[in-house]
Design a protein around this ligand. Structure first.
Ligand SMILES: NC(=O)c1ccc[n+]([C@@H]2O[C@H](COP(=O)([O-])OP(=O)(O)OC[C@H]3O[C@@H](n4cnc5c(N)ncnc54)[C@H](O)[C@@H]3O)[C@@H](O)[C@H]2O)c1
Ligand SMILES: O=c1ccn([C@@H]2O[C@H](COP(=O)(O)OP(=O)(O)O[C@H]3O[C@H](CO)[C@@H](O)[C@H](O)[C@H]3O)[C@@H](O)[C@H]2O)c(=O)[nH]1
Length: 465
């Protein structure tokens, strides 16, 4: 096993930034360079005011404050970083394809390929290239083929090292990872490369948690882990619809089944639907791969997880419309939360976007408050859907910085994200501020039904009649 002094990471996003910051903190002897083509993002990573880092994660600014300028650096000098590093992590985005073959399902690998070509062009010494991005099975082979055909005599070892952090808890997940997965060739040089990457993680994690597999098992395990987690959310959300029709309470059902140690209690919180940049994308990718091997039943099985999630979002919006006397036209609806979960400023695939879109189709006036999401992001999320013109979106949507401004004269409040501060609000004062009857649709099950009823709200909680 070889110890290394310099690593770099291509992609300074939600994964690249926190992951490299945690490596820098735990490995003071390793110089870590994080590079990105997005100048604005890099400028924010280098901003002297740590509250302006491009990514909000509890505990992140403290680690960046401690390591930046010592052994953690952010820059746009991609070529220089590649040239100098002994190990290169690729952590660029791999979104669902929006064009051509596999549109709407396959992963778009153009950013990965650009990185591979760039490494091939620039590298003059042997490198270990680590896939940190989530990739379809057998992508390592494609990267290897690009790298090995450069003809400049450099040896590349490709490893798959998928990341399992969840947003909102990224720092804690990285510091106390359940497992680290390292996939690589079962050759002597492959084994050496795996051990070198393992050595980095062993700085702060017990060796038993570091699993080594072949490359393809590692690539596939990442997709399967997300598919299993999302499947649990869709399963409990399917049950929530049934609970609303009966006198069952989804929280009691979750608790009852979660006590079975074979089932376990995690990921059984019913909600307005899962969001985030990973679950849907990775399941679609799994579905696409299964289809491409002719495994139709396997593809259909996993696709149902997404179909159920879409149903849950639509069901929530439909309930708001039907409860508000079958029309929301011109009615003010307050959204508490826009992020796809609490403690992150990320809004990718957030359920709030799709619920808002359905209500805007019915000409609702939506006023949004989220403690961490900017007005610019909210407008761009809706504009991206292309359902209506940007001008129309701005006419129907208002984004406010004070939560009490959002509920003033509102017909209804929809709780879209489980931010802790929403629980602590003075709900009596909110009731006074609203039009009557005052409706609350709790898409995250964070408020107490008895308390809300006693204040006078018409309160609807997902998964409870
Ligand atoms: N977000 C998560 O919680 C999470 C967790 C685990 C795994 N993943 C996976 O990790 C990967 C990255 O996700 P993310 O959320 O960090 O994405 P992101 O969009 O936040 O960041 C990706 C960054 O890569 C940069 N980039 C793209 N092409 C580049 C190039 N050729 N050279 C330099 N920089 C380039 C982009 O400018 C962007 O800043 C994805 O494959 C994702 O599926 C994400
Ligand atoms: O019981 C639950 C748990 C989650 N969610 C929702 O599911 C989505 C995803 O949540 P979570 O998994 O906590 O966040 P992500 O950051 O999307 O993390 C997932 O996706 C990452 C990217 O691949 C993986 O690395 C993580 O292991 C995996 O948990 C969010 O909208 C949550 O609100 C629920 O509705 N109910």
């Amino acid at each position: 096993m070889r110890k290394i002094n310099k690593i770099c990471c291509i992609g300074a996003g939600y994964v690249g930034g926190p992951t490299m910051a945690v490596i820098a903190k735990n490995c003071p002897e390793i110089q870590v360079e994080v590079v990105d083509i997005n100048q604005k993002r890099i400028d924010l990573w280098n901003h002297e005011n740590l509250d302006l880092l491009p990514i909000y994660e509890p505990g992140l600014k403290e680690i960046v404050g401690e390591t930046r300028g010592k052994n953690l650096f952010f820059s746009t000098e991609v070529d220089k970083a590649i040239e100098e590093a002994e190990m290169i992590f690729i952590s660029v985005n791999t979104p669902t394809k929006t064009y051509g073959k596999g549109k709407g399902q396959a992963a778009d690998l153009k950013y990965i390929e650009l990185c591979a070509r760039n490494i091939a062009k620039v590298a003059k010494t042997d490198k270990i290239v680590v896939e940190k991005s989530t990739l379809p099975v057998r992508t390592a082979g494609a990267i290897k083929s690009i790298l090995d055909n450069t003809g400049n005599g450099v040896n590349f070892e490709i490893l798959s090292n998928p990341e399992f952090l969840a947003e909102g808890t990224a720092v804690d997940d990285l510091m106390n990872a359940d497992r680290i997965l390292i996939g690589g060739d079962e050759t002597e040089s492959g084994q050496k490369a795996k051990d070198t990457l393992s050595w980095i993680y062993e700085h702060w994690l017990p060796k038993e948690r570091i699993l080594q597999t072949n490359v393809w098992s590692s690539e596939l395990s990442k997709l399967v882990a997300n598919a299993f987690l999302a499947q649990r959310v869709s399963s409990i959300n399917a049950v929530s619809a049934l609970c609303e029709k009966t006198d069952a309470n989804v929280a009691e059902v979750s608790k009852a089944i979660g006590h079975d140690s074979r089932i376990g209690s995690k990921f059984l919180n019913s909600s307005v639907g899962f969001g985030g940049s990973c679950f849907q994308k990775d399941i679609l990718n799994l579905v696409y791969i299964a289809k491409s091997y002719g495994l139709t039943e396997v593809a259909d099985y996993w696709e149902q997880v997404i179909i159920m999630n879409d149903y849950q979002k639509r069901r929530f919006a439909d309930n708001i419309i039907s409860t508000l006397y079958n029309t929301v036209s011109g009615k003010k609806i307050c959204f508490y939360g826009w992020a796809f979960k609490k403690d992150t400023n990320d809004t990718r695939e957030s359920a709030a976007i799709y619920v808002a879109d359905a209500l805007l189709d019915e000409q609702a006036q939506i006023v949004i408050y989220d403690p961490k999401v900017s007005e610019e992001t909210i407008y761009s999320d809706l504009d991206y859907l292309g359902t209506r013109s940007p001008e129309e979106n701005r006419k129907l949507i208002k984004v406010v910085k004070d939560p009490m401004d959002a509920n003033k004269d509102a017909h209804a409040i929809a709780i879209m994200t489980e931010w802790d501060e929403f629980r602590a609000y003075d709900w009596k004062a909110i009731f006074e501020n609203m039009l009557k009857p005052a409706f609350v649709f709790d898409g995250r099950r964070i408020l107490d039904k008895d308390k809300m009823d006693s204040i006078g709200f018409k309160y609807y909680k997902i998964g409870q009649s």
